[in-house]
Each structure stands twice: as structure tokens, then as C-alpha cells.
Design a protein around this ligand. Structure first.
Ligand SMILES: *[C@@H]1O[C@H](CO)[C@@H](O)[C@H](O)[C@H]1NC(C)=O
Ligand SMILES: *[C@@H]1O[C@H](CO)[C@@H](O)[C@H](O)[C@H]1NC(C)=O
Ligand SMILES: *[C@@H]1O[C@H](CO)[C@@H](O)[C@H](O)[C@H]1NC(C)=O
Ligand SMILES: *[C@@H]1O[C@H](CO)[C@@H](O)[C@H](O)[C@H]1NC(C)=O
Length: 380
């Protein structure tokens, strides 16, 4: 089944009803059989954009279309900003692919630089940082596929509201044909572990599941992908340009898409996928089961996720040498821009980073979020 088979929201909602009706998991409560009705698809921003940078608001932020369950409750996607006053953890991965044909130069340095920058300027403890680099002598610190996935799990373990998690990747990125229909450009973005030739790459969907889906409301994840084809490497739906918003996701349609992929995995006999999406429905406490289901389906999140990437998905680098320079460029510009001025908003930081890179590199860094964002002062 492909997305082309579906051209309006109604069949998707029908599919939702069918999926839930045929759900192999017997829910403890029978309220999950509710059909979701979209009441109002007007996009509402929680705060006007523009104006001076501000501290993150403390109250819950509702936005996007209003949905209604059969019980009559109205629900809306929501999220909570992190105050970044809780636990701080960082994971930095730098891969130079030493001795391989596509060797890079700056990535290991990037991992050290970013870690030092966070420890010196943003209150991160060295003990709560993990670095995976391919010059490490400890085999557990080698950036293999297995170690990277384990380190991502470490990063989000025990995550709580007001925490601040930082993920940095510097290495090769690429694209692979999208298998579940959730990418506008038909490709999934991937990163390449040092052992990708034997172990394979890591796709954006998996990174999203581990590092975004798992987070509670009010927990910050900041990610930097200093690699090419990495514009949407965490698959976050709100993409910002220096002018403002680039992409306004259609949450209603995407809610249908997410359910489509759950239905597809059910049809394939991949019960694990269905079980986990059904289980996640039960975890909802704050405003109702539908809101949880919608946010899981749309790649929005009640958490506070912000991702920076070195270039747009469509941008490539001609060869390893140019790629090598580009990989260092984003990390360098990020540190340089914040060193010059710590009190800028995320949107201003995007402008500053592009300013530093302009002329030297063709890559245009991207800023994407799990939610619409006000002009927040950069905190990590
Ligand atoms: C299931 O739904 C029926 C009909 O709405 C209701 O009478 C019953 O109490 C519900 N059971 C549970 C476990 O919620
Ligand atoms: C997060 O921090 C804010 C500001 O310090 C505080 O008001 C709020 O209660 C905290 N939230 C949680 C869940 O601890
Ligand atoms: C079922 O509903 C009851 C009462 O609303 C609630 O306490 C319980 O946590 C629910 N169970 C599940 C698995 O959602
Ligand atoms: C990053 O590390 C390299 C090598 O140690 C150093 O030359 C460079 O100045 C550092 N860049 C930043 C922005 O700290």
C-alpha cells in the first residue's frame, strides 16, 4: 500500500477506525475505539513570532488543528518548553573514517570542540558527556552502529521535564529510498557509522524513535547534524529558514500518514510496531488519549526538540575533500556564532551561522523543531 492510494483525510480516518478495531492488543480500557474527528484545521501559533528573544514560557503550549474524540472531548497537539534547569547530558559523535577511501578530516575535532564548548559555557559536567570517535582506544567509544544506537539510548534514559540533552554528529550523511512514505522527497536521511560497510547505516526514522518519541513533555533535545543530506535527519516537522517558517506541516493529514504506517506494519505481520504504538496510547495522562495518538502520528512531540543541520536534504558535496570541509563548517560556525553573542534567539543564531558560512560554503544550514517556536533565547 502506498500513500498515492489515499487522497483525502476521510479514508485515513476510516483506516484509523479499522486499525483500532482490529488491534490485536486487548486494551485494559475500551476507550481507544474512539473515532477521531477533525473539528478545526486552522493552524494556531501559541505566540506571535518576532520581537526580542524571550525565556521559554512555562505553561503548556497548545497549537495546530483541534480534534474531537467520540466522547466529545476536544484535543489539540501540545508541547512544553524546557527551562533547561534540570539534568544536562551530551553525546558527541565524530567519525573521520580513518583509513577508509572516504576519509574526512575535521569530524573528530568537532566532537571534542562541541563537548568542550558545552562544558565550558553551558554547565554540562564532563562526567555526563559521552564521545564516540574513531581514534578512541576503548572499543566501547568507537562510533560503530551498535555503539551509536546504545549511546543514543543512554542519552535519553531517565529524561525528565526541564532536562537538556545535546546530540552532535559529525561524519558522512546520505539518503536512502524511503520505505514508509513519510518523507516529502521520497528519501530517508541516514548517517554512516564507522562500520557501515558491514553493519549498515542508521535511518532518520530510527533516530526519531529513539531520541524524540521517547522524551517526556518539557524535555529539551538539541541536535546538530554536521553532515550532508541531513536537513531532516531527526524528521522534525517545523522547518525554519532565516526568513521565518519554511514548511507548515499538515498535522491532520500527517496524523493519517502515521497511522497508515502503523497499519502497514500490522499488515506485514510486524506486530511489534503495532504493539508499541498501541502501548504508547496508554501512556497519555494530561489531556487525553487522542492527543497522544496525534502527536505520535505526526512526528510532533510534547517534548522540546530542536535540530540543526549542516545543509538541506537536497544538497550534496562533490567529493570527500569538499565534504570534509563542510562537515567541520557547521560545528565551527555554531560555536563561533554563540561565542560572539550568547544572547541571541534560535532564529538569529541561524542567521549568524549562515552569515559565517556564506561565501565559503554553498551549504545552507537548517533549523527544524518538533513544534512551532517563538523567538526563544538560545539555552541548552
Ligand atoms: C466499556 O464500554 C462499555 C460501553 O460504553 C462500558 O459500559 C464499560 O464500562 C466499559 N468498560 C471498561 C473497562 O471501561
Ligand atoms: C520546570 O522549571 C520551571 C521553572 O523553574 C518550574 O516552574 C516547573 O515546575 C518545572 N517543571 C517540572 C516538571 O519540574
Ligand atoms: C483505565 O482507566 C482507568 C480509569 O480511567 C485508569 O485509572 C487506568 O489507568 C486506565 N488503564 C489504562 C491501561 O489506560
Ligand atoms: C576546534 O578544534 C580545532 C583543533 O583542536 C581548533 O583548531 C579550532 O580552533 C577549534 N574550533 C573552535 C571553534 O573551537
Amino acid at each position: 500500500m502506498g500513500l498515492d492510494d489515499i487522497d483525502s483525510q476521510e479514508p485515513m480516518l476510516l483506516l484509523l477506525a479499522l486499525l483500532l478495531a482490529s488491534n490485536p492488543v486487548t486494551p485494559a480500557n475500551n476507550t481507544t475505539n474512539e473515532e477521531v474527528v477533525i473539528l478545526d484545521n486552522t493552524v494556531v501559533h501559541p505566540h506571535p513570532r518576532g520581537g526580542p528573544p524571550m525565556r521559554p514560557p512555562t505553561e503548556q503550549q497548545n497549537y495546530g488543528p483541534v480534534f474531537q474524540g467520540q466522547s466529545g472531548r476536544e484535543v489539540q497537539p501540545y508541547f512544553q518548553y524546557s527551562q533547561c534547569t534540570g539534568k544536562k547530558k551530551a553525546l558527541a559523535i565524530g567519525i573521520n573514517y580513518v583509513g577508509q577511501s572516504n576519509e574526512l578530516k575535521g569530524c573528530i575535532n568537532d566532537a571534542h570542540n562541541i563537548t568542550n564548548f558545552l562544558v565550558s559555557n553551558y554547565g554540562y559536567n564532563k562526567a555526563d558527556t559521552v564521545m564516540l570517535t574513531d581514534d578512541a582506544t576503548n572499543p566501547r567509544q568507537q562510533p560503530t552502529r551498535e555503539n551509536i544506537l546504545a549511546a543514543m539510548q543512554w542519552l535519553v534514559r531517565g529524561a525528565a521535564p526541564n532536562d537538556s540533552l545535546f546530540f552532535h554528529y559529525s561524519g558522512h550523511g546520505g539518503q536512502t529510498k524511503d520505505l514508509d512514505g513519510d518523507e516529502a522527497d521520497g528519501f530517508d536521511e541516514v548517517i554512516y557509522p564507522v562500520d557501515y560497510q558491514e553493519a549498515g547505516h542508521i535511518v532518520d526514522d530510527d533516530m526519531h524513535d529513539i531520541m524524540v518519541k521517547s522524551l517526556p513533555a518539557g524535555c529539551r533535545l538539541t541536535a546538530i547534524f554536521d553532515s550532508c543530506h541531513s536537513g531532516s535527519a531527526l524528521d522534525l516537522p517545523y522547518v525554519y529558514s532565516t526568513q521565518g517558517k519554511l514548511k507548515e506541516p499538515n498535522l491532520a493529514a500527517e496524523a493519517g500518514q502515521g497511522l497508515l504506517s502503523a497499519a502497514t506494519s500490522y499488515a506485514r505481520g510486524d506486530i511489534g510496531g503495532v504493539v508499541s504504538s498501541a502501548m504508547s496510547i496508554f501512556k497519555m495522562a494530561t489531556i487525553g488519549k487522542e492527543a497522544e495518538r496525534i502527536s505520535k502520528a505526526t512526528k510532533t512531540s510534547p517534548a522540546d526538540c530542536i535540530s540543526w543541520s549542516g545543509c538541506k536534504d537536497s544538497q550534496t558535496s562533490a567529493d570527500a575533500q569538499e565534504n570534509g570541509q563542510a562537515t567541520g563548517a557547521m560545528s565551527y560556525a555554531f560555536i563561533a556564532a554563540l561565542t560572539e553573542n550568547k544572547e541571541q534567539s534560535f532564529q538569529q543564531l541561524l542567521v549568524s551561522i549562515r552569515e559565517i558560512l556564506r561565501g565559503k560554503y554553498s551549504q545552507k544550514p537548517q533549523l527544524s523543531c518538533s513544534h512551532p517556536m517563538v523567538r526563544l533565547t538560545t539555552t541548552f
